[in-house]
Ligand binder design. Structure first.
Ligand SMILES: Cc1cc2nc3c(=O)[nH]c(=O)nc-3n(C[C@H](O)[C@H](O)[C@H](O)COP(=O)(O)OP(=O)(O)OC[C@H]3O[C@@H](n4cnc5c(N)ncnc54)[C@H](O)[C@@H]3O)c2cc1C
Length: 303
């Protein structure tokens, strides 16, 4: 029987591990298939406090992991495939190590950005294409960029980027934005934001090394045109990694995020943190902070 089992080795899971280990609960952390989480996919992180110079995502996650190991977190390279949270003893079936039992569980399974899957996207991801304006916008200061999407996230990204980029083109398949009226009005009244109405991306273009533009296709008449941009931000939403918990009444909200209040889920003894429970921010420092809160709540519960 474990005191605390943590699911996920991103910033939320590792921070939860550091807090739980330092509090003497000898946590076991199941890493999942993406050891280190989403930040391992990026080159430069400029907004994580404590680093005067940009730090690479893998280096940041490696430092967090070593800190967790030094504090006494036990790591298991495995994935949880089934959970039973119905009793006081929480049961977790893993892919390779059988069933784990724990007094408390902290779910930090993260989320994934939705991508368009269009030609050129995979090639130029992190080489001009990003799914996070807050993370990468500052790398495109003074440049022409595009945002792909038409909801509140896309509108918010366009307004955020407009403050630092020369121009922002919002590429939207319809003739009206899906975003809330207040956001749409702000977008339409911002001088350096244009909207490419009735347009979809046909292909992400580049010179083989970096993105240089988009080929846009009109949804009205099928015509093609090219738009030169140094950056493209895909803003079509995220999917939280929470399919595992679908059968648990009240555990997930309509969009699939874990319902949390101060790290506590609706199930006693189960806590959650990071992007899997955060429809709003999707930032490493927020994930880490919420990992600390969840661990502190788990400690209180166990104590
Ligand atoms: C390309 C890119 C660049 C980014 N740049 C920045 C940036 O510059 N600054 C910033 O603040 N944020 C950035 N972000 C966002 C940041 O990475 C996330 O907000 C953060 O990683 C969320 O942390 P997390 O711990 O909640 O989840 P994640 O990092 O997503 O980690 C989830 C973990 O859960 C594990 N897992 C999933 N399912 C299971 C399971 N069934 N059993 C066990 N484990 C499981 C995975 O293996 C993984 O280890 C970026 C994201 C991406 C994709």
């Amino acid at each position: 029987m474990r005191n605390i089992v943590i699911l996920g080795s991103g910033p939320a899971g590792l921070t939860a591990g550091i807090y739980a280990a330092r509090a003497g609960f000898a946590p076991l952390l199941v890493e999942g298939m993406k050891s280190g989480g989403q930040l391992t996919q990026t080159s430069d992180v400029e907004n994580y406090p404590g680093f005067a110079e940009p730090v690479s995502g893998p280096a940041l996650m490696d430092a967090m992991r070593r800190q967790a190991e030094r504090c006494g977190v036990e790591f298991m390279m495995d994935e949880v495939q089934l959970v039973d949270f119905s009793g006081d003893v929480k049961k977790l079936d893993t892919m390779m190590n059988g069933t784990l039992e724990a007094k408390a569980v902290i779910v930090c399974t993260g989320a994934e950005a939705r991508w368009t899957g269009l030609p050129g996207e995979a090639k130029y991801r992190s080489r001009g294409i990003s799914a996070c304006a807050t993370c990468d916008g500052a790398f495109f200061r003074g440049a022409d960029v595009a945002v792909i999407g038409g909801g509140d996230t896309a509108a918010g990204d366009a307004l955020y980027l407009a403050r630092m980029c020369r121009s922002v083109t919002l590429v939207h398949r319809r003739d009206a934005l899906r975003a809330s009226k207040v956001m749409a009005d702000r977008v339409l009244s911002t001088e350096n934001v244009k909207v490419a109405w009735n347009s979809v991306v046909d292909e992400f273009l580049g010179d083989g090394k970096r993105l240089s533009g988009l080929r846009l296709k009109s949804t009205a008449d099928g015509s093609l045109r090219e738009l030169a941009v140094a950056g493209a931000f895909v803003a079509i939403g995220h999917s939280p990694n929470t399919a595992l918990f679908r059968g648990i009444p009240g555990f997930l909200d309509e969009a699939g995020y874990v319902v949390v209040e101060r790290g506590r889920t609706p199930v006693k003894g189960v806590f959650a943190a990071g992007d899997c429970a955060d429809p709003y921010y999707k930032q490493a420092v927020v994930a880490a902070g919420s990992g600390a809160s969840a661990a502190l709540e788990a400690e209180k519960c166990l104590a």
